[in-house]
Design a protein around this ligand. Structure first.
Ligand code: CA
Ligand code: CA
Length: 235
């Protein structure tokens, strides 16, 4: 039986996973005003991540998303630019299920030697935050609230007005380092954390998930910490 099992395992096709992407998080060269607009001079220093569309069977429009990260002594900054012809976001309260709206997400693991615990921030086009601590990719501690998070969005178009054509929306979030201190000290140049950045776009049934690092799952699912990309903090 054991021999048979071994043979079966050896003959099973191995699905090769692509290597995870790597991003250099630069020090912000100047101040960032959290107003939802990525027009602060500092953002020009940050390389852009363009999201991919791993699930071809999804029927929502493939709308472009760019994300950028920066850091300084006080905060980790994430900015998103979302092209969007129809911006829809209904949730208005902290920890509402913003992932059902037009929303962007930041999942971050400040201690990549483990994948048991990570932090999730899911933010809709109205800049409503659903934040939580994720444990074993199944226990969502949404009563965990991050301290001192600043976020804002900027809408180019008309929110929740269907039938006209919008241009898009952008969002900025600044996360104080203190929120991560149970898992990791504030990074220094060379520190590596892991993360994924995702976007839920469209209205059911035409809805699509795009992301930075392909989670490799058969069904649309961003919660796969072993497949998070690498954030390398640099000067
Ligand atoms: Ca700004
Ligand atoms: Ca929360």
């Amino acid at each position: 039986m054991r021999i048979l099992l071994t043979c079966l395992l050896l003959s099973a096709p191995l699905v090769a996973q692509p290597p995870v992407p790597r991003y250099e998080v630069k020090r912000a060269p100047g101040p960032i005003v959290i107003d939802g607009k990525l027009d602060d001079k500092a953002w020009a220093a940050a390389p852009a991540i363009e999201f991919i569309f791993p699930w071809q069977f999804q029927t929502g429009a493939k709308q472009k998303t760019i994300a950028k990260l920066l850091w300084d002594d006080d905060y980790l900054y994430v900015g998103y630019e979302c092209e969007d012809k129809d911006i829809v976001a209904q949730r208005t309260e902290r920890d509402d299920p913003t992932y059902l709206d037009d929303a962007v997400e930041f999942f971050v693991d400040p201690k990549p030697s483990q994948t048991t615990v990570y932090f999730g921030l899911e933010m809709n086009a109205r800049a409503v935050l659903y934040d939580y601590l994720m444990v074993d990719t199944k226990y969502v501690f949404k009563r965990f609230n991050m301290q001192g998070v600043q976020l804002a969005s900027f809408i180019r178009g008309t929110l929740n007005a269907r039938g006209d054509e919008d241009q898009g929306w952008s969002l900025e979030v600044a996360i104080p380092w203190v929120n991560f201190e149970e898992l990791a000290k504030r990074p220094t140049p060379g520190t590596v954390w892991t993360a994924n950045l995702n976007r839920w776009d469209g209205v059911e049934p035409d809805r699509r998930l795009s992301m930075w690092s392909d989670s490799g799952d058969a069904q649309p699912n961003p919660h796969h910490p072993a497949r998070f990309g690498q954030l390398v903090f640099v000067k």
